[in-house]
Design a protein around this ligand. Structure first.
Ligand code: CA
Length: 474
């Protein structure tokens, strides 16, 4: 065990009845998703970028203060075994927002910045979670990093979002006032990898001063404040912090002067700014009287990058790998007040949860039907959280190659067992219950177990698509 101070969830110590009644009543009132707004909760989905499993207080971090996140986590359900659908940004987000394994829809690679190429983007045949929520009457907003296609046909406002502020590629410099200096170089340098692609609001480029994390917070606060009182909202707040480039505010660096390692200090200062932003968003919910009526989910899109100062302790590996450090992320879900009594709030649920699960879970919260013919690879978590059952008991969870230049990574998880081949190395087998750090390879002592997991993976993989696009740069 990792020794974090988290109260583990024990079945049967919750009173489920009250919140269950509320949820059932809400769902029952919304045939076709046409209920009155007041009966449906707001949904706030906050995503960090490359934030390490061990870099938040609620997962035991000691040197980076994350009080706003910790407070929300304490009011919610911590998913200590929360996974994402990809070990890098693009596929992880594609999986979460479509509710599909990215390998199923050809989105297992990071989409390059290709605003003139209509073939590079998460296929329009896969409606994003915003679309059915919008159709059900929610005001929908996306703020921050997109990375699901930069051609106009993939623009957030054509994918179910009423509002978009942010940038379309996979990263961005944090000081917009300095862009001009970098733009001079983009004739010789790929602008995508210079992270100077335009910032925009609803398709219109905007010029900014200030620090990008603060700017995204400002936009989120405005979105909340400008949503009509009688309309529920779904806000996807996708901070790019603490993804590269490693750029922090001087005052945040000063506040963390006690962190001696410079890389760690810069990284920590970027996390600090994001946590402060989450606190500001919480205040906006409070000011507008919406905090009690809002479900808040927080997660990172993939594991932290160790070479930039992140920590995935106690997990092995990081971003780009199929070890737990690449795909198990900080994650929690804070229910609306009326549902808190039915949820195991204040505990860390040990069951395997996937970001694939949020699509069906959010639709259930909203009482919104899925798009016609929509296939979902995730599960509605609500009945399992209410009943104390494991949503993935005997249900495998797979992860597969995501990067051409990094040799193939493959993995499959079933209950506490995990088989993986990291960068085409021989398959290993780990018992995560006994060996969270994936150090004790049981492939030789449990060959039948390994074979059964590999067989499952191969059968799953045979149904996947080839990547729709291929990245040529890391
Ligand atoms: Ca990422």
């Amino acid at each position: 065990m990792h020794g974090f101070k988290i109260k583990m969830w024990k079945r049967g110590d919750m009173s489920w009845a009250a919140g269950l009644a509320v949820l059932e009543m809400t769902a029952g009132c919304v045939p076709g998703g046409q209920a009155r707004a007041a009966e449906r909760p707001n949904i706030l989905l906050v995503v960090a970028d490359d934030l390490g499993y061990g870099d938040v207080g609620f997962n035991g971090c000691r040197d980076i203060p994350t009080p706003a996140l910790d407070r929300l986590a304490a009011e919610g359900v911590i998913f200590s075994n929360g996974h994402v659908a990809g070990a890098v940004c693009g596929p992880s987000r594609a999986g979460m927002l479509t509710g599909r394994y990215p390998e199923r829809i050809g989105a297992q690679q990071n989409p390059p910045y290709a605003p003139d190429d209509p073939s590079v983007g998460v296929p329009l045949s896969e409606p994003l979670m915003a679309a059915p929520l919008q159709a059900a009457g929610y005001r929908t907003g996306a703020i921050g990093k997109w990375h699901l296609g930069s051609h106009p046909r993939f623009h957030p406002q054509r994918r179910g979002f009423d509002f978009f502020y942010g940038f379309l590629h996979g990263g961005h410099r944090y000081w917009p006032a300095e862009y001009a200096e970098f733009r001079k170089k983009i004739d010789e340098e790929n602008p995508a990898y210079a992270y100077v692609t335009p910032l925009e609001r609803n398709g219109t480029p905007v010029e900014e001063t200030g620090y990008l994390t603060d700017i995204l917070t400002r936009e989120a606060v405005q979105f909340i404040e400008t949503t009509q009182e009688d309309q529920p909202f779904f806000l996807y707040l996708a901070y790019n912090a603490p993804h590269v480039p490693m750029e922090a505010k001087p005052e945040d660096l000063e506040a963390l002067a006690g962190i001696e390692d410079e890389d760690r200090r810069i990284y920590a200062a970027m996390v600090l700014a994001m946590d402060r932003g989450v606190g500001e968003v919480r205040k906006a919910l409070g000011r507008t009287g919406r905090l009690d009526a809002t479900w808040i989910v927080f997660l990172s899109d993939n594991g932290g990058m160790l070479r930039y100062g992140a920590s995935n302790r106690p997990l092995r590996g990081g971003k780009n790998t199929v070890f737990e450090g690449g795909i198990r992320v900080p994650m929690f879900m804070r229910p609306a007040a009326a549902d808190a009594a039915s949820m195991p709030v204040g505990t860390a649920v040990p069951h395997t949860v996937s970001a694939l699960d949020f699509y069906p879970t959010f639709l259930a919260l909203a009482g919104a039907p899925p798009p016609e013919g929509k296939v979902l690879d995730g599960l509605n978590l609500l009945p399992h959280l209410r009943a104390g059952t494991d949503p993935r008991k005997d249900v495998p969870l797979c992860i597969s190659p995501h990067h051409v230049r990094v040799p193939a990574c493959r993995g499959v998880r079933l209950n506490d067992w995990k088989a993986l081949s990291d960068r085409n190395r021989p398959w290993g087998l780990f018992d995560l219950d006994a060996d969270l750090g994936e150090r004790n390879n049981l492939a030789k002592s449990q060959p039948a177990k390994l074979e059964s997991l590999r067989d499952y993976f191969d059968a799953w993989s045979a149904q996947n698509m080839e990547p729709r696009w291929v990245v040529t740069l890391p």
